[in-house]
Design a protein around this ligand. Structure first.
Ligand code: PRP
Length: 178
């Protein structure tokens, strides 16, 4: 285990099971449709790439780059969009794929921005939901894991751009970010 990790919360097998199960649910829910599976870079890219392969439907993929944290451990409260999707969202069944719902700054801003592109439907799939009940409330349509308010890294999630490549989701030691 990486020396900066206090403990592993979900190992690669638990994650694979959860993503596989979510893929089956989405396959059922979108039967007969061609959803557009939109990855929010960077944190969601590993989850997204596993999830699209667990969905047994024709689907399109695209990417949007959004940042609210920068190099710190707390949300800046503002969202910067660095890359817009290439494919038109108009009339499409869009599923936003996010690694984590934390303060909800990112997803609440994204819903607003993406709704203006007039998708046919817009749903949210998150790997991790902290469900903190902050002032900005967003409810995910699909969630793999509900988690406590700890600093999590791995499987795409970073602290100051590090730890994204860990194959598990772990709790980062406090001394690393305090
Ligand atoms: C992280 C994460 C989510 C967002 C969730 O992104 O990937 O997009 O924060 O937090 P929130 O609910 O408090 O907004 P970040 O801005 O760190 O960029 P990254 O995806 O490139 O890591």
């Amino acid at each position: 285990m990486n020396k900066d990790i206090e403990r592993v919360l979900y190992d690669r097998n638990r994650i694979a099971e959860a993503v596989e199960s979510l893929g089956k649910t989405i396959t059922e829910d979108y039967k007969g449709k061609t959803p557009l599976i939109l990855c929010v870079l960077k944190g969601a890219w590993i989850f997204h790439s596993d999830l699209i392969r667990a969905i047994d439907l024709p689907c399109d993929v695209d990417f949007i780059t959004a940042k609210s944290y920068g190099m710190g451990s707390q949300s800046s409260g503002k969202l910067r969009i660095l890359k817009e999707p290439d494919i038109s969202l108009e009339g499409r069944d869009v599923i936003i794929v996010e690694d984590i719902l934390d303060t909800a700054v990112t997803l609440s801003a994204l819903i607003h921005i993406l709704s203006e592109k007039q998708p046919g439907s817009l749903k949210i799939a998150v790997l991790l939901d902290k469900n903190l009940g902050y002032e900005k409330k967003v409810k995910a349509d699909y969630t793999c894991f509900k988690v406590e308010n700890e600093f999590l890294v791995g499987y795409g999630l970073d602290y100051a751009e590090r730890y994204r490549s860990l194959p598990y989701i772990g709790v980062l030691k406090r001394e690393v970010y305090q």
